[in-house]
Design a protein around this ligand. Structure first.
Ligand SMILES: [Zn+2]
Length: 141
């Protein structure tokens, strides 16, 4: 998830080109506000949004909504961009997506298995693959 320090890094880059609303000494306070407004955004997506904003001939300092628009555009244009995110982030999204029945685990490729009608479906993760990747998992090894 996005931290204030992620946001501050991006705002400092923007401040090289644009004038922040209350001057350059106020970036810490802005970082808190922007982090709250964009808290569901991934640090990688935030970086991409900042770069996109810098590259698209904008004239003014972006409010959070402009960066949100850049994030949405990035997500829309790169539906597979999620594949380039770190495995831990992919796992977190997969775990929270409610799509466990359709998509395999992004770390080890395990799928939901329905063994017999009496037991709840299970996902049997490959413990070694998760251990090597440094990404924990919930459920059965
Ligand atoms: Zn797995």
């Amino acid at each position: 998830m996005l931290t204030e320090s992620d946001v501050l890094g991006g705002l400092r880059e923007l401040a090289v080109v644009f004038r922040p609303p209350n001057g350059r000494d106020d970036l810490d306070r802005l970082a808190r506000v922007y982090r709250r407004a964009l808290e569901d955004v991934d640090p990688f997506e935030f970086r991409a949004a900042v770069e996109d904003y810098l590259a698209t001939g904008q004239r003014f300092w972006p409010p959070p909504s402009k960066l949100r628009t850049a994030v949405d555009k990035h997500r829309h244009q790169n539906p597979r961009a999620i594949k380039t995110l770190p495995l831990a982030v992919q796992y977190g999204r997969w775990q929270g997506s409610g799509d466990l029945a359709n998509d395999p685990c992004p770390v080890c490729g395990a799928k939901l298995e329905e063994e017999d009608y009496k037991r709840r479906p299970q996902i049997y993760h490959d413990h070694q693959v998760h251990y090597d990747a440094g990404v924990g998992y919930a459920g059965q090894p």
